[in-house]
Design a protein around this ligand. Structure first.
Ligand code: MG
Length: 169
């Protein structure tokens, strides 16, 4: 049986994952509005991934005979100076999400809740990948800053991203 503290924190995490989906969809819309359809596609796929993360926690709670609770959240940030600004904001957001996963792991380890620890191990690895993805694109954007040709080439590359549900243990 999961503790109330852990259930509450996992429900809080479901909220953050759905919020992330909302945030990245707002960035997709920002990209579309700035004639960057490849970036729009990339963020839409990222939003799909975030919904997958939320549902992973949702199914975990329900499979442990607990109840996933859906919470609301504030509007995501809507406007950015440019696409670099959007990626810098995203990277900071992913670092925050990583700190949330570590916080959950601290509680699960304190309570010796091994099933939750196993679930969270997947998320620890996933966050390494997320920070790497956002960080790499941010760094590429900085390198091609002011070079429209480079920006449109990167846009075409990001247009190829498709959502593939991650293989889960
Ligand atoms: Mg996530």
């Amino acid at each position: 049986m999961l503790s109330k503290k852990l259930i509450d924190e996992i429900n809080e995490q479901i909220k953050y994952e759905f919020f992330s989906a909302h945030l990245y969809l707002s960035m997709a819309s920002f990209a579309a509005n700035n004639d960057l359809p490849g970036f729009e596609n990339w963020f839409i796929v990222q939003a799909d991934e975030e919904r997958f993360h939320a549902m992973k926690f949702y199914h975990f709670l329900n499979s442990r005979a607990e109840k996933a609770v859906l919470k609301g959240f504030d509007d995501p940030k809507e406007n950015y100076d440019d696409i670099i600004d959007a990626f810098a904001y995203s990277l900071e957001h992913e670092k925050f999400v990583s700190s949330r996963i570590y916080h959950l792991m601290d509680i699960a380890q304190e309570e010796k809740e091994y099933a939750t620890i196993s679930l969270l191990n997947w998320f620890v690895d996933e966050q390494v990948e997320e920070e790497d993805n956002f960080g790499r694109i941010l760094s590429q954007l900085k390198k091609i800053s002011g070079n429209e040709d480079g920006l449109f080439r990167l846009d075409r590359e990001l247009a190829t991203r498709v959502f593939v549900p991650p293989v889960t243990p």
